[in-house]
Design a protein around this ligand. Sequence first.
Ligand code: COA
Length: 385
Amino acid sequence: MKIGIDRMAFATTNDYLDLVDLATARGVDPNKFTIGIGQDRQAVVPASQDIVTLGATAAKKLLTPELAKRVSTVIVATESGIDNSKASAIYIKHLLGLDDFTRTVEMKEACYSATAGIQFAKGLVALNPQETVLVIASDIARYGLNTAGEVTQGAGAVAMLISRDPHILSLEETTVSYTKDVMDFWRPVYASEAMVDGKYSTNVYIDFFKQTFTRYQQITGRDLADFTAIAFHLPFTKMGKKALDALLADRNDEVADRLRQHLTESQAFCRQVGNLYTGSLYLGVMSLLQNGQLKAGDRLGLFSYGSGAEGEFYTGILEPGYQNYMNNVKEDLANRHQVSVAEYEEMFNGQLGMNADDVEFDTRNDPLPFVLKGQKNHQRLYERK
Ligand code: COA
């Protein structure tokens, strides 16, 4: 039985910051951001959006009424959760109007946990082929104003349906996971911005990619020529280049050219949005599938990485007509609204974060179908527009 990704949808906020503007405001050469880091724009988050509203918006884009009836489990992967106890999957299940006889849970391991969600969903479907699992990767990446990580912030959600006979990507059997206790990035429960040793995290990432890919080769006997493309977790798009270069080194043959070309295609959407944490790898996959010319039967490699740290390398085979089972991300990104650096800073500081007060947000200008109206008695108040 084939099991894999049946549908995908991406959602982000309506506002973005041009990173040339940010570079100018911070007194940095814009080429450092656009070439050195590889980012052009960054999603900016109004107070009326959080990981619940973004996750619900992405899921709404892929759920027809018929598909909604089939969802048996909702897994939300996030590292910017809004509650230390209650799963954001419960709020999302409610906003989407899913059946009460649904299993809901939230998972965490930095940027990695959506991959665990997909693997666990695959296991559920293997045990019971009637299961259809909604996996949502939803995050807001915050490093803080005037920090080295500021340029790598971002926000958004990727929703995926995992089922038998998938329309996009059938997952293959072999996966390689690799975990070590490393302090490259973490966020204590009292902090709303991440602590990060940025340069160290890029080195750990590359090491984990090499470790998992080498083990994968040993197990399967496959080599780079067996892959049409490899998609990477992209906290910033240069990271994917660093990882691929670490493997290809000076190789300049047809295989290397192909992998480099497809890497560029996978980076296109991430350049426009920034880091999605859990969703970045999967936005990269959507970018590859919508900007590249891949065909049914092509094998994709996926490298997932979460600081702390865990990596996983796994693969899938593209299904015929995969293009018809995703929303048009290019079109959605073209319709966003640009904000100035001053507006971005005000919005950054206006997030609910750790604030325990009662607040009410003005949601009139927020075009997304789900909004955070505010907070009362320590409870977040959501609205379906
Ligand atoms: N023109 C072109 N490139 C330039 C440049 C310019 N004027 N100035 C600098 N650069 C290049 C640097 O050479 C460097 O490239 P390289 O990494 O290929 O060597 C790149 O821009 C970044 O410069 P650097 O000085 O290393 O940046 P930084 O000290 O500001 O830190 C990060 C960059 C990514 C470490 C930082 O943004 C961060 O901590 N991000 C969050 C952590 C993260 O995302 N980790 C990823 C693993 S999960």
